[in-house]
Design a protein around this ligand. Structure first.
Ligand SMILES: [Zn+2]
Length: 139
């Protein structure tokens, strides 16, 4: 008899780390450019601003603010969530902007600058459980 222990995997390990043995242990990741002192979301070998190669990987705090948002009524192909949904551009405290769904919110109550926190949801519609990073309102 075959038995498999299903682990949750990250939707994009270069941007979102999730400890499959401790699902409370997750973070967005990126890099810091030592030459021009900026932070960028996601993986890179050279700085996107100054092109210097002296970049180091970092884990972000997960705290941010609402920079911009829109209500999506027509989702992209393959979308497995509910519609309509709020697509938010959040600004991490370290500076990078992250585009993600803003969950568990009423779009009528949103305002620019409100505090956000990185969260995630597990999509189990495929063969493997996939953790997708999301924004939620900060407590
Ligand atoms: Zn740079």
């Amino acid at each position: 008899m075959c038995m498999s222990i299903e682990k949750i995997v990250s939707v994009d390990p270069t941007r979102f780390k999730l400890n499959p043995d401790n699902t409370n242990d997750f973070r967005l990741t990126g890099f810091h450019c030592c030459a021009c002192d900026i932070f960028v979301f996601g993986a890179a070998t050279n700085c996107q601003k100054c092109t210097d190669g002296n970049v180091i990987p970092v884990d972000f705090s997960g705290d941010g603010v609402l920079y911009s948002y829109t209500l999506i009524k027509v989702p992209p192909a393959g979308w497995t969530g509910t519609t309509p949904y709020v697509l938010a551009e959040g600004e991490l405290l370290e500076g990078p902007h992250v585009l993600a769904e803003l969950v568990d919110t009423n779009p009528e109550e949103l305002f620019i600058g409100m505090p956000l926190k990185v969260s995630y949801a597990v999509d189990e519609s495929g063969k493997q459980a996939v953790a997708v990073y999301k924004w939620k309102l900060s407590d």
